[in-house]
Structures are given as C-alpha cells and as structure tokens.
Write a protein that binds this ligand. Sequence first.
Ligand code: ES4
Ligand code: ZN
Length: 324
Amino acid sequence: MQDFLKQLPKAELHLHIEGTLEPELMMALAERNGVTLPYASVEEVRRAYDFADLSAFLELYFLGMSVLRHEADFEDLAMDYLRRAHAEGVVHVEMHVDPQAHLARGVPLETVLNGLERARERAARELDISTALILAFLRDKPVEEAMQLLEAVEPYRERFAAVGLDSAELGHPPGRFAEVFQCARQMGLACVAHAGEEGPPAYIREALEQLQVCRVDHGVRCLEDPGLVETLRERGIVLTVCPLSNVSLKVVERLAEHPLPRLLEAGLRLTLSSDDPAYFGGGMLDNFAACREAFGWGEATFRQLAANAIDEAFMTEARRSELQ
Ligand code: ES4
Ligand code: ZN
C-alpha cells in the first residue's frame, strides 16, 4: 500500500510555503542571516511544536519565518520542500504565500516573489513538478492592507493563479474581504479561502456567497449545517482537507475521529493536502498513509482523491492531460 500511495501522482492544493520550513533549514538560515531564535537546537525547535490551537501554531509559524530575508532564502525554502515532495510522488504544488508577513518585517515583495519564482522554474526543469502561486491575505489584518497588497502585486499578476485568505479564523469572517476578492476576480484571479477550520459553517457560506470561492480550504465544519453540505455538493465545491494539520491543531482529537469519512459519505468533492508539513508531522505521503491507517481506505478511494486534486488544480489543460 505504501508503494501504491507513493507512486500515485499527487497534487498538493493546500500548502503554505512558509509552513514547509523544516527546523534544520530554519537553524541554518538563522546562522546565515544572523537572526536570533529562542531555540538552541533543531530538537528544541521540534519540541516547541505542541500546539493548543491555530493561534498557538501561528505564533511559531510567524516566528520561524523571521529567518527568511533574502531572495536565496525563499528559493532554498521552496526548493527543499519541492525536492521532498518529488520524492513522495507529488507532481503539482499550489503554494499559498503570505507577503504581508514578510513586508511587516521589512522584506520587500520582489525578494519574496523572485525567490519563489526561481524555485518554481527550477522545479519545472529539474523535477518536472508544475506549480501555482496563491496570494494569501492575512484575515486578521485590516482589509485596506489586503487591498494595498493586491495593488502592489499588479506588476507580478501573471505569476499568480489565485488569491486566498488565511491566518487566525475565529472572529475574522470572510465577508470583510468581499471587495478585495472582487478586485482580484476583475484581475482574472481565481478565489479560494480558508473557512470552517476553527470557524463556524456560517464562515464557509460567507466565503461562497461573498468571496465567490471555487474551493474552500479545510471546510471540515460544514457537516454542522446540512443545508450548507447540500450547497457544496450541488456546486461541486472542493474542500482541501488537511488531516494531520487538523490533528496537530486540535480541530479533532485523533485522526480516527476526523469527519473525512462522513464528508466522503455526504458526496462532497475532497482533496488531501499537508497545509504546513514542517509543523504538522508530514507531507503528502504521510497524510495519505495516516488516512489509510485511520480509515482503512482502499486504493480506489485514494485514486479518486488524487484525481480530484488534478481535476481541480490551477494548471494548463495540456499539463492536466499529461497527468491524468
Ligand atoms: C495556516 Cl493551518 C492554517 N490555517 C490558517 N492559516 C494558516 N497559515 C498557515 N497555516
Ligand atoms: Zn492552510
């Protein structure tokens, strides 16, 4: 089964590139850039990864990324991840990036975007991995800041496939960003948003109606509202579910209690992703293997989930038919 899961061509649709920063690279970049971290060793970093909830995780996520300062750091970050993904049978990766978090530390937009662009070109050439970039807005920051970012990104428009919405969910409903997402749509960008991870089903409905998202990141709390489940199913909206992330952030206590089997049973269109693999205990293959262990799914289920991701990916039709 492990061989089957590994060779299965997998598309990663829900990944934060800053969440792929492994402790080894974090320490190496801290040294290279003279950044002081509150950790003395790789082991100490790993020991700190015991999260009570999403906001406890985000604190360490924003701290960890403070080692990223130069274009080469972003290139190394993404290349390191893409090499690991390649070894796990990943053929396509869609990366959320959080420019606001870097701008706030004085790292210019072009540093972030040019570093990632170099990695994307190398991944295509050296690993035959296709990639897409998702411009994520931090939902706990002012809407005006998101709008300014969208304007600043205009010269780089062609590098992006979509806009997304991430960071602390509770108390930050998606509807606030309706105008930003409308402008993004006018620029020809697709729309996705995190909703229903920690937040209530009403946030998922808001993301659908006010942000007009084509995919919902997480969305696992939709089951609390049967009417919403019906809407998601009718419209064929994809939920990018991240099993190990949900365990790590205590959305569920154990994977065996995860709503995934019920989401499948409800006829929803699902994909599996790793979210922040360096922080949540593994990449795509580990997520697939954990589901096999917890739910006992057979090959057909994994084939369907992997096919859903390729069907829904932001990629050219030529690339899609190459992978199907
Ligand atoms: C995130 Cl797991 C998760 N949820 C929301 N925002 C995020 N940013 C990085 N990881
Ligand atoms: Zn996420």
